[in-house]
Write a protein that binds this ligand. Structure first.
Ligand SMILES: Nc1ncnc2c1ncn2[C@@H]1O[C@H](COP(=O)(O)OP(=O)(O)O)[C@@H](O)[C@H]1O
Ligand SMILES: [Mg+2]
Length: 293
């Protein structure tokens, strides 16, 4: 298939072509109305002692899209992810997923809703194999529980076997990591470890995937591979993506909406090419001595 061999720039063009031909996006009377956001962040505040990390941040993540969250270091991007995934409880504001307020929901229940994430710094069990790390993500959805499943007994054993087969078939194939499925994660190069972490998040069968700097520290080839996986997830798996990334060429190429944070506040949002030229965005990055282009 062409998508399997092209770089992500070419893929995006091809995928846009598919979108243009698709029949699903415009339906009758809803032509001009906005779809219900999959995630709504409404007036979220978060502080650590005297440091105000998020100051009344509101944003919507459109279903089916790739939304990028950008901003200089310390802007509050990871803090926002931590609030959405349940690591931090906001001091004020609301979180709404597909119309349901989940502000007070515990982290595992958020996973069951369909929210999964990867971390800015890889968070895998280095001594465990690729397959075992990925399987850990799937336990969020097991009815019988991790301990019972570990005993390989009765319904738990059946569920475990089915789960394993599904993971091997779908995720390992998709991420092209069949050859390393029995390899301990610690023996893999960085780019592949990031791919395994994506696999673990996918095992949670997310509707919304939060990716915190998925290509940070990667070389060009690894970056292009990851960008292609993200595009395929959106287009073929129907996963909605919220992406924090400093690689601006990737943000410009694969996202369809960009939200800009600076010092814990949303300073702009819009189409990627608009944000690249937006005076407040350029000023924020210049102030931080980082480059937006
Ligand atoms: N656990 C924490 N304890 C104290 N301060 C924190 C913590 N996490 C983040 N911060 C502070 O919150 C602000 C936003 O940080 P962060 O969300 O990591 O920014 P970004 O991901 O945009 O670089 C920074 O000033 C940071 O130092
Ligand atoms: Mg961060």
């Amino acid at each position: 298939m062409a998508a399997a061999i092209c770089g992500y720039h070419a893929c995006k063009i091809m995928l846009h072509g598919q979108r243009a031909r698709g029949a699903g996006e415009v339906r009758g009377a809803n032509v001009t109305s906005e779809p219900t956001p999959l995630l709504r962040v409404d007036g979220v505040e978060l502080s650590f002692g005297g440091v105000s990390a998020l100051k009344g941040v509101s944003l919507d993540v459109r279903p089916g899209g790739i939304t990028a969250l950008i901003g200089p270091n310390g802007a509050g991007k990871t803090s926002l992810f931590n609030v959405v995934s349940g690591f931090h409880q906001p001091d004020a504001g609301h979180l709404i997923f597909d119309g349901t307020d989940f502000t007070r929901l515990k982290t595992p229940k958020r996973a069951a809703l369909g929210i999964a994430r990867t971390f800015q710094n890889i968070s895998l069990f280095p001594g465990m194999t690729v397959l075992d790390n990925i399987k850990l993500g799937a336990h969020a959805h097991l009815k019988t529980g991790v301990i019972e499943a570990g005993l390989f007994w009765g319904p738990a054993r059946r569920e475990e076997t089915e789960l394993r087969a599904e993971i091997e078939r779908n995720i390992i194939d998709f991420l092209e990591i069949d050859h390393i499925r029995k390899t301990p994660v610690s023996m893999l190069p960085y780019g592949l470890q990031k791919r395994v972490e994506l696999g673990r998040a996918l095992a949670m069968r997310p509707k919304l995937l939060l990716l915190d700097e998925p290509v940070a520290g990667m070389n060009r080839e690894e970056t292009e591979d990851m960008a292609r996986f993200i595009l395929d997830l959106q287009e073929e798996w129907g996963v909605t993506i919220l992406l924090v990334e400093h690689d601006m060429s990737m943000v410009m190429d694969i996202s369809d909406h960009v939200v800009v944070l600076n010092f814990g506040e949303k300073i702009a949002e819009g189409a990627p090419h608009e944000m690249q030229r937006h005076p407040a965005v350029i000023e924020a990055y210049l102030g931080a001595e980082q480059d937006v282009a």
